[in-house]
Design a protein around this ligand. Sequence first.
Ligand code: FES
Ligand code: FES
Length: 175
Amino acid sequence: MTSLFEEVTPDAPSDVPVRRVSITVNGERRTADIEPRLLLAHMLRQGLNLTGTHTGCDTTNCGACTVLFDGRPVKSCTMLAVQADGHQVTTVEGLATASELHPIQEGFKEEHGLQCGYCTPGMMLTAKALLDENPNPTEDDVRWALSGNLCRCTGYQNIVKAVLWAADKMRNQAD
Ligand code: FES
Ligand code: FES
């Protein structure tokens, strides 16, 4: 069993109730005893060291913490980790393979879709959910899909271009 908080709360009081959960994260099943109040974002960042999941607002506004939950984008700052028990979670670390970037990551690189990069993991995962459902989105479709993700740097134009670039590449790969 992997203990998610072995390192961060080694001296946790024994009277804190815990619940055993098994969550498949980026294709790997992880099992741990966690406090029911633990947020999914904190479990990913502090428990599993998947720090690509960013937290910007903690109030469901910015989308920096977006991950895929059974393929659908969710804001992990407002979801309890216990709610993910038995489910699949994908973080930005799960997009690339050992040797290749995901086309969405390539698109952000090619179209300069980031500046500071804080919003980027959430943008990419929201884009992935969109392209999995709609491989041929219009610019409006992309803008609508990304409307729950805020970027303080780019003005969005290049982010939209990046997603359309990725859609094009993914369609060509599928042909
Ligand atoms: S940190 Fe979750 S929406 Fe901003
Ligand atoms: S690139 Fe800086 S917040 Fe989006």
